[in-house]
Design a protein around this ligand. Structure first.
Ligand SMILES: [Zn+2]
Length: 215
C-alpha cells in the first residue's frame, strides 16, 4: 500500500478506460463486474454495507429499489410508535414505475394462474390468484423490460423467494435454492412462452452476489 506522499509525487491516473466504460453499459456485464470485484478483492469486508455505501444496494434484491420520492414523508415520518387509528395514507409519486397490467394478465392466463415452480393454483375471493414476477426487475439498478419474455407466473410464496434471490433458474431449467443448491424441480414452461435466457442469467448472477454477500 503506497503512502499518500508517494501518490502525491506520482499523481497516478485512476478510473475506467473507455473500452471498459463501453463494456459496462451492458447491465449483465456490469453486474458480473460487481460480483467479480466482491469475490476477488473484497472478501474481508462487509459487502452488503459496502454496496449500500456506494449506492448499489439495489443489487441485493431482484426487484430493485423503489424510486426516491423527494416530496413524500418517508417511512420514518410515520413513526413506529403509532399503533392505533387508521393507517396514514401516502400520496404516490407520479414517477413510480407503471407496470403493464395487460402483459401481467397475459402470463397469468398462459399458465391458468398455476405457479411455474410448484403448479399451485390459489383460490382467493372465489377467483384464481397468481402473480406476475419480473425476472430482471423493473426498478433501479436492473431496469428490466416490462414484457412477456421477462415475466414468470408464480404463487406469492415463490414470487417472494424469487425476488428475495433465494431461488433461481439454472442453465438446465431447474429451480434451485441459492443457499445449498437443492432443486425444487424443473420450471414449468408453456411452449409459446419465450423466456429470455439473458434475463434468467442476470437473475442467476444476482443470486450469486446474494450468496457471496450473505455469508
Ligand atoms: Zn409456487
Amino acid at each position: 500500500m503506497p503512502r499518500t506522499g508517494v501518490l502525491n509525487t506520482a499523481q497516478p491516473v485512476a478510473g475506467l478506460t473507455h473500452a471498459s466504460t463501453e463494456l459496462l453499459q451492458n447491465p449483465l456485464t456490469r453486474l458480473q463486474a460487481v460480483v467479480t470485484l466482491c469475490s476477488t478483492y473484497l472478501d474481508d469486508v462487509d459487502q452488503r454495507e459496502l454496496l449500500n455505501r456506494v449506492g448499489l444496494a439495489g443489487y441485493t434484491t431482484a426487484d430493485g429499489l423503489p424510486d426516491e420520492d423527494p416530496d413524500g414523508p418517508g417511512e420514518e415520518g410515520i413513526g413506529p410508535e403509532r399503533t392505533t387509528g387508521p393507517t396514514p395514507r401516502r400520496e404516490s409519486s407520479s414517477s413510480r414505475l407503471m407496470r403493464n397490467a395487460a402483459i401481467a394478465n397475459q402470463v397469468k392466463d398462459l399458465y391458468s394462474n398455476a405457479c411455474q415452480v410448484c403448479k399451485t393454483c390459489l383460490q382467493y375471493k372465489r377467483r384464481p390468484y397468481s402473480e406476475a414476477a419480473h425476472i430482471r426487475g423493473l426498478g433501479s439498478p436492473h431496469d428490466g423490460p416490462d414484457e412477456l419474455p421477462n415475466l414468470l407466473c408464480l404463487c406469492p410464496n415463490h414470487h417472494v423467494l424469487f425476488d428475495g434471490l433465494e431461488i433461481f433458474i439454472d442453465v438446465d431449467g431447474y429451480v434451485k435454492k441459492t443457499h445449498g443448491g437443492d432443486s425444487l424441480g424443473r420450471l414449468h414452461r408453456h411452449m409459446s412462452h419465450q423466456i429470455d435466457d439473458e434475463h434468467l442469467r442476470y437473475h442467476r448472477t444476482l443470486c450469486e452476489l446474494n450468496r457471496l454477500t450473505g455469508k
